[in-house]
Write a protein that binds this ligand. Structure first.
Ligand SMILES: [Zn+2]
Length: 120
C-alpha cells in the first residue's frame, strides 16, 4: 500500500511502475491543464479506458479542494481574533486556485490507481 502511494506521487504507471502518466516536467508544480500520455510507454497500459473515464476524478478533485480549504482555514484562523473572519475567504480561495492544477493531476492519478485492476 505504501509503495502504491509512492508510485502515485512519482507519476508512475499503476501497472508496471516504470512509465510516466503525465508528460509535464514537474508533477507538483506545472501550470496549465495537464498533458497525459494515452498509453504507458513501457507496458502499453491504457490510462483513459473509455471516453469520460476521468469524470469521476472530479469528485476526488473536489474532495482535495475541500481538504486544502479546511487546512488553510485551520492555519489562518490563528492570525485572526474571530473564529471566522471574512478576510479568510480570499486567502482560502487563492490557496484552492493555486492548488487547482495539482488537484487535477493528483485526482486523475488516484482515479487511475483506484481502478487499475478493472478492464473493459
Ligand atoms: Zn506501464
Amino acid at each position: 500500500m505504501s509503495h502504491a502511494i509512492l508510485h502515485l506521487l512519482s507519476n508512475e504507471c499503476p501497472n508496471c511502475n516504470k512509465g510516466k502518466v503525465f508528460r509535464d516536467k514537474s508533477f507538483f508544480f506545472s501550470i496549465g491543464f495537464p498533458k497525459m500520455n494515452e498509453y504507458c510507454s513501457h507496458c502499453n497500459f491504457k490510462f483513459e479506458k473509455e471516453p469520460g473515464y476521468f469524470f469521476g476524478a472530479m469528485f476526488i478533485s473536489y474532495a482535495l479542494g475541500v481538504g486544502e480549504g479546511i487546512i488553510t482555514y485551520l492555519i489562518t484562523h490563528q492570525f485572526f481574533d474571530e473564529t471566522f473572519d471574512l478576510r479568510m475567504i480570499p486567502i482560502i480561495c487563492s490557496v484552492i486556485l493555486l492548488f487547482s492544477f495539482f488537484n487535477i493531476r493528483m485526482s486523475r492519478m488516484i482515479w487511475i490507481y483506484m481502478f487499475k485492476n478493472y478492464s473493459l
